[in-house]
Ligand binder design. Structure first.
Ligand code: G3I
Length: 321
């Protein structure tokens, strides 16, 4: 039968995965799964400021170019992730004794250079990532500290100066209707009122232990769309607490992927990106920065890039009835 990619193409849906350059270069089964099964990609790390900026004045686009070129060569929709984030900044950043003005100039040049370089190649950018704290207030970051809340306005305007890509605000923990997504809804509605060029919102959908209720996700998608924004699921993965893995874990995971795919279709979200291709390369595999641990097989393909029940569930959900 037809691949996930072909099924999604027929449905006018984008099904995507985050990619890393090392696996693309070294693992033919990863490369083949990426090419055959997805019509959308996101570089998982290569476009972040840390990897891109070996020093304050230089750029290293090697990995980013490799992934973006792979996407273009195979006729895929390419999401850029991410221009402005508090995390994964370069190591040298810590020792830099900047003024507020120098930081703003640095960020403007970064946005102009990176978004400008991929002007004809990247379809959508996560311009700002995770700017809202879990309690709904503006997150305290170096950017907010130097530029105030207006750093969001500026980031979107700078991006718009150099690219026609769709410009997204992207965040986690705001997939369903909840306090954080309420706060983001307010924030984006204010940005739109101020004429800031923002086209969409990315709901990451990392389902870790607590899985957002699919009906509530659909409702959340609808209310953002009512603002005039496009909505995409941008970083989905599905895991259990490591010490509570049920025997039918893969089946439960598949049903959840199916439900979220159906929620997307029903609510008018046309893009669902997983945060990786196969379990072996998932960020959750051996991730040590959380106090909790989660199961390390959250994706559609197993370690050897064979399809899991979740793959079949998403594919079935996309088949036109
Ligand atoms: O590339 C270096 C390598 O050179 C070095 O030897 C090695 C030693 O630790 O680290 C490697 O970098 C790691 C990088 O992943 C690539 O594997 C970083 O330490 C590690 O921190 C980084 O983690 C990434 C994480 O963002 C950083 O916060 C994950 O791969 C990536 O999946 C994750 O993605 C985020 C999204 O960007 C935003 N939303 C949440 C999502 C999950 O946390």
């Amino acid at each position: 039968h037809s691949s996930l990619r072909e099924t999604a193409d027929d449905r006018g849906f984008r099904i995507g995965a985050a990619l890393n350059a090392r696996s693309l270069r070294s693992d033919p089964s990863y490369w083949k799964a990426a090419r055959n099964e997805f019509n959308a990609i996101t570089p998982e790390n290569a476009l972040k400021m840390g990897p891109l900026r070996p020093s304050r004045k230089t750029y290293d686009f090697t990995d980013a170019d490799a992934i973006v070129d792979f996407g273009r060569a195979h006729d895929m929709y390419v999401r850029g992730h991410t221009l402005v984030w508090h995390n994964q900044k370069p190591d040298w950043f810590q020792a830099w004794d900047y003024t507020d003005e120098q930081l703003e100039t640095f960020l403007r040049d970064h946005v102009h250079t990176v978004a400008g370089r991929y002007r004809a190649k990247i379809d959508a950018w996560d311009v700002v990532n995770e700017a809202v704290a879990d309690d709904g207030t503006l997150r305290e970051t170096v950017w907010a500290d130097a530029m105030g809340e207006e750093y969001l306005d500026k980031a979107f305007r700078w991006a718009r100066e150099v690219t026609d890509a769709d410009l997204y605000y992207n965040d986690y923990g705001a997939d369903a209707v909840n306090g954080k997504s309420d706060a983001i809804h307010d924030l984006l509605s204010d940005l739109l009122d101020r004429g800031v060029p923002i086209d969409g919102v990315g709901l990451q959908c990392h389902a870790l232990g607590e899985w957002p209720d699919p009906d509530s996700v659909a409702e959340n998608v609808r209310r953002f769309r009512e603002l005039g924004l496009d909505v995409q699921i941008t970083e989905m993965d599905v895991a259990f607490p490591a010490d509570e893995r049920p025997e039918d874990a893969l089946e439960q995971q598949a049903e959840y992927y199916r439900a979220i795919t159906e929620a997307c279709l029903e609510a008018g979200c046309d893009t669902l990106v997983q945060w990786g291709v196969n379990d072996a390369t998932s960020w959750l595999r051996g991730f040590k920065d959380f106090p909790e641990r989660f199961t390390g097989d959250p994706l559609l393909f197993d370690d050897g890039c064979d399809p899991k029940p979740a793959y079949h569930a998403v594919r079935e959900a996309l088949v036109e009835d």
